[in-house]
Every structure is written in structure tokens, then in C-alpha cells.
Ligand binder design. Structure first.
Ligand code: HAM
Length: 425
């Protein structure tokens, strides 16, 4: 039996990297005052149809949708924003005194995509959402946090690409311009784009099949259609990024794959050699109007998400070694039945007192037990032998210095804790 295509097992040796990265991200959120939200892995299909948008690839082709035994249409969440907004509305978080509501999430998302490096069918997204503010400073804050997430882990080959999709009025004008621009090329475009042209022409600019069509290159840019308000907003966002010294480039062709965006849209790309064909590390933007779409009061929002898989790929491409120590505080070696009994008791006592301990469970000989201790990189080895037991004691060996000491059994826990807290980390 094999795991389904596009899924992966994260095994020990690798899972420590995940834990390290997740702790770092959680600490970053703490400093920026984003608090965790956990929403269900599945939702009513309608949430994503309305939230993510009917004309998106996600809703049209990529959702894991099924009917449950009660006949309801259920979908495994393909992203976190729609669910977060649903929870914000359902739990009336907009009514809490502290606004904006600043949330983060880490969890698996599901998209039926063609698997390749950096593209999975189950992947883990870390994302943040700030709901209830249209201050351009919060747009800049979200982008700064996104960049810091990578930079604090040691990545350097990064580009923040930003664009403005403008407000509704600006987008309507741009939409008309796109329709008339592509009208004479309609038949040359792929069948998906012909539909997109009617439903959501902006999506055409994001087409993977038609990306080299000559009409793409000179398609009207949204930036030329921004009204005064949208322009001013965009300028403010950029000036806040400048103030925080967050570097960026403006790409008027940046279109995101989800329908809910307006004003700020951004992606972070990896420029690392060997990162792979997909260079986008994360993406996000502003979604004023989405909360109302999901049935809540008028509330503006902005957020972004990244997959941990692509983050780890970038760390590998940039050869960043995470400071993960694979060692063990202590290994208990026992010789003989009596010693074995004492080893069971002592191991448990040490564990309860906070020491990380392992012992043998394979009836290995002493040499084999020492080998295990070595393989596990044990800092200390406690050797319980018949002779020492008669003295109610055991030998504690410091594996770094080779130094050995006979310590009374009742003092071992304190002794070891002191040693571990002292000179050794
Ligand atoms: P998205 O651009 O669809 O946006 O996805 C965001 C990130 O999720 C991508 O940049 C990538 O890191 C990761 N990702 C997406 N699909 C896959 C996949 N198949 N395999 C591996 N990683 C993947 C959203 O999901 C929005 N909800 C982001 C957002 C939050 N906008 C506002 N708030």
C-alpha cells in the first residue's frame, strides 16, 4: 500500500524541522500579535464556491468534494481564508472590543492539482488574516511578517512582488479594457480562457497555457485603470513598506489565483538556484467585501498564506541548516535482571523529572546498549550493574569527557539535572 499521489509522510529526522519552523512562525505571530484560530478541515462546499470564487481553478478543478452520508456536499478545505472568515462571522468576532481581529493558522489544505516538486495534493499552509481594518499600514504589516517568516529562518534569496488590483470601480474599468483587448484573439485562446473572458477576464492573465500568447504581453495593465482612491491607497502601502525598509518590486501583471482580492496583492518569490520550477513561496492580499459575501457585516480584510513544504524546499535550496540538535540527555544501560528492574524505575523517574531518557527494550548485551546510546547521541550514560546496585548506586558517565562517577540511586535525578543545566546544553 502506498500513500495517495501528492501526499507525503513526514518522518522523524524531518518532523523536527517542521516543529522547529512551526515554533518560529508561532513566535513571529506572537510578536506581531496574531492569535491562533483552528477551523475544521472540511466545510460546506458552498463556502468555497462563494468565498474562493466560482471562476477560479481551485473551485472548478481542484476541490476534494464529496457527499456525506447525510447528503450534504462537503469539501476538504483548499485554503484557509474562507474558513477563517466563516468562523469570524459565525462566532461574531467582529463584536469583540479589540479590532482588527488578527488571526493565524497552520494546517493541512487539499487541492487536486498535478503533483510536482513544491505542488502537493495535501500541503500545510501557515497563514494570517487581519480583519476589520483598511489602514494601509496593516497591508504593510502583513507583508513584513511574511518576509520576516523567511528571513528569520535564514533565507536571503527572496523577492516581494506587489501590485494593486484597485477597488471595484477600477477593476470594472480594467475588466472592460481586457475584454476589448482580447476580443479579437478570443478563438486563439484556450477553452478555459474563453470562459474566463466572460466570467472573470483578469483570470486570463494568470493562464498557464496562454502565457506566451502575444496578446498577453501588451494586455492593459490594472495600474493604468486605478482610480484616485486606489492609487492613493497603493502609494500609502508602498510608503509604509519603505518606512519599514521592506524591499519590493511592483509587477502590474501580478494576478492572484483567487477571486476575492482587491487593492493590495502580493507574492514572495524564491530566487534561489535549484529551487525548482515553481518559484512562488507565498501569496496574499486584501479582500474587502469577502466578509459580507460570507454573510457578515461590512469588514475589510487582508492576509497571506505560505506552504511549509515550499518553505522547507527554499531552506534546502539555500543550504540553510536549521539548528536542530539530535541528541538525548541520557541512556540507561542495565546488566542483569535486578539491574533491569532498577532501570525501568529510574528511567521513568528521570522522565518525570524532565530529563529526556531512553533505555534498551531489545535485550541487548552491554556492548549493544552502549552502541544504542552512541547512535542516539546520549550526553550521559547511566550504567546499572550488580555491584553498584549492592551499594544502591549506579555509574554516571559523561559521554563528552569520558568522566565516570558512582552516584547513589536516590541522588541520580538531581545530579543529572544539575549536570544538564550546568556546563552542558
Ligand atoms: P494561494 O496563492 O492559493 O493563496 O496559496 C498560498 C500558498 O500556499 C502558495 O504560495 C504556496 O506556498 C502554497 N500552496 C498552494 N497550493 C499548493 C500546493 N498544491 N502545494 C504546495 N503548496 C501550495 C491562498 O491560499 C490564500 N488563501 C492566501 C491568502 C490568505 N490571501 C489572503 N489571506
Amino acid at each position: 500500500m502506498r500513500a495517495p499521489r501528492g501526499t507525503q509522510d513526514i518522518l522523524p529526522g524531518n518532523s523536527e524541522k517542521w516543529q522547529y519552523v512551526e515554533h518560529k512562525l508561532i513566535d513571529l505571530c506572537r510578536r506581531f500579535n496574531y492569535r491562533e484560530i483552528r477551523t475544521p478541515i472540511f466545510e460546506h462546499t458552498e463556502l468555497f464556491q462563494r468565498g474562493v470564487g466560482d471562476s477560479t481553478d481551485i473551485v472548478q478543478k481542484e476541490m476534494y468534494t464529496f457527499e456525506d452520508r447525510g447528503g450534504r456536499s462537503i469539501t476538504l478545505r483548499p485554503e484557509g481564508t474562507a474558513s477563517t472568515v466563516r468562523a469570524f462571522v459565525q462566532n461574531k468576532l467582529f463584536g469583540l472590543p479589540n479590532q482588527p481581529t488578527k488571526l493565524f493558522y497552520i494546517g493541512p489544505m487539499f487541492r487536486y492539482e498535478r503533483p510536482q516538486q513544491g505542488r502537493l495534493r495535501q500541503f500545510v499552509q501557515f497563514g494570517i488574516e487581519a480583519l476589520g481594518s483598511d489602514d494601509p499600514a496593516i497591508d504593510a504589516e502583513v507583508m513584513a511578517l511574511a518576509m520576516d517568516a523567511y528571513r528569520e529562518l535564514g533565507l536571503t534569496s527572496l523577492t516581494l512582488v506587489i501590485n494593486s488590483l484597485g477597488d471595484k470601480e477600477s477593476r470594472e474599468k480594467h475588466k472592460e479594457a481586457l475584454i476589448s483587448h482580447f476580443a479579437s484573439h478570443r478563438e486563439e485562446l484556450c477553452s478555459d480562457c474563453q470562459v474566463r473572458l466572460d466570467q472573470n477576464p483578469l483570470r486570463v492573465l494568470d493562464c498557464k497555457k496562454d502565457k506566451d500568447h502575444p496578446a498577453m504581453g501588451n494586455a492593459p495593465s490594472i495600474l493604468e485603470y486605478l482610480n484616485e482612491e486606489s492609487l492613493v491607497y497603493f502609494e500609502k502601502v508602498k510608503s509604509f513598506l519603505d518606512l519599514m525598509e521592506v524591499d519590493y518590486i511592483v509587477d502590474p501583471n501580478l494576478v492572484r489565483g483567487l477571486d476575492y482580492y482587491n487593492h493590495t496583492a502580493f507574492e514572495i518569490m524564491s530566487n534561489a538556484e535549484g529551487f525548482g520550477a515553481i518559484t512562488t513561496l507565498s501569496g496574499g492580499g486584501r479582500y474587502n467585501g469577502l466578509v459580507e459575501e460570507i454573510g457578515g457585516p461590512q469588514t475589510n480584510g487582508i492576509g497571506f498564506a505560505m506552504s511549509i513544504e515550499r518553505l522547507l524546499m527554499a531552506l534546502e535550496a539555500e543550504k540553510v541548516e536549521l539548528p536542530i540538535e539530535e541528541s538525548l540527555d541520557c541512556y540507561v544501560v542495565a546488566m542483569g535482571d535486578k539491574a533491569e528492574h532498577e532501570a525501568v524505575r529510574l528511567t521513568y523517574q528521570l522522565r518525570q523529572s524532565g530529563v529526556q531518557v531512553e533505555k534498551d527494550y531489545q535485550q541487548r548485551k552491554m556492548k549493544g546498549q552502549f552502541k544504542s546510546a552512541d547512535r542516539l547521541n546520549a550526553k550521559y550514560v547511566i550504567v546499572i550493574g550488580e555491584n553498584e546496585l549492592e551499594n544502591n548506586a549506579a555509574n554516571v558517565k559523561d559521554m563528552d569527557s569520558g568522566e565516570q562517577k558512582e552516584i547513589k540511586l536516590e541522588e541520580i535525578t538531581n545530579y543529572l539535572r544539575e549536570q544538564l543545566a550546568g556546563g552542558k546544553s
